[in-house]
Design a protein around this ligand. Sequence first.
Ligand SMILES: NC(=O)c1ccc[n+]([C@@H]2O[C@H](COP(=O)([O-])OP(=O)(O)OC[C@H]3O[C@@H](n4cnc5c(N)ncnc54)[C@H](OP(=O)(O)O)[C@@H]3O)[C@@H](O)[C@H]2O)c1
Length: 228
Amino acid sequence: MILVTGAAKRIGRGIALRLAREGARVVIHYNASEAEARATAAECGNARMVRANLERVAEIERMFQEAGPLDALVNNAARFTTMDPLQVTEADWDFIHSVNLKATFFCCQQAARAMLARDGGRIVNISSLGGIRPWSRNAHYCASKAGVIMLTRALAKAFAPKITVNSVAPGVIPFGEPDQRARHLIEKTPARRAGTADEIAGAVLYFLTATNFVTGQVIAVDGGLSQK
Ligand SMILES: NC(=O)c1ccc[n+]([C@@H]2O[C@H](COP(=O)([O-])OP(=O)(O)OC[C@H]3O[C@@H](n4cnc5c(N)ncnc54)[C@H](OP(=O)(O)O)[C@@H]3O)[C@@H](O)[C@H]2O)c1
């Protein structure tokens, strides 16, 4: 059983659908997007659904109890905002970090406690190109995703050898018409195009099926943009 957080829509949905197609049983986590989560769960063979606001550790603990025993966890849920760092308030900072970094850590902790008591498992954290490259109007977001990358590396050591912890760092993955910021990044991408949810899912699948000799790693799936 594989829990995918933020699986109702967009990249999380793409990951859940791909894993289900590969024969895995998935659990669909969502918060606000109940109707979309139902649709994704139906397409994943009537998968189990769990609702939780990941800002709260108590909700994370309840979510893991409801999800049942897991072989793997994909931490995909996140928030993104763009703003001048001079204008970022404490609330703006907490809005991003409570989900992107704090929830990712406590989801890893919950999963690992249960996995270490059983046969081990696999954890994949979705970070971002923004955790590798500095974006001046996303400093708060970039810091959260750089944190996800360091969590991945430190927890890979902490949970070895029974659990692997790896990260996929997406580049630009638009849904609908890309905005000006995304268009600018796509123009600079060596692959000369944006990516798709299924391309992110392919990298997730690799980490989920790799041996425990692959841990603490980050794959940028970004058309080469991190090399610029
Ligand atoms: N799209 C891109 O171009 C891109 C680029 C780089 C990295 N990424 C990363 O890839 C992952 C998926 O990206 P995306 O664009 O598909 O994400 P998204 O649509 O912005 O968010 C995914 C889901 O996160 C869930 N979420 C947000 N806050 C939550 C909270 N407090 N509690 C529980 N769930 C919460 C939402 O679930 P509900 O809708 O159910 O509330 C949302 O549907 C993220 O980690 C993102 O940072 C994306």
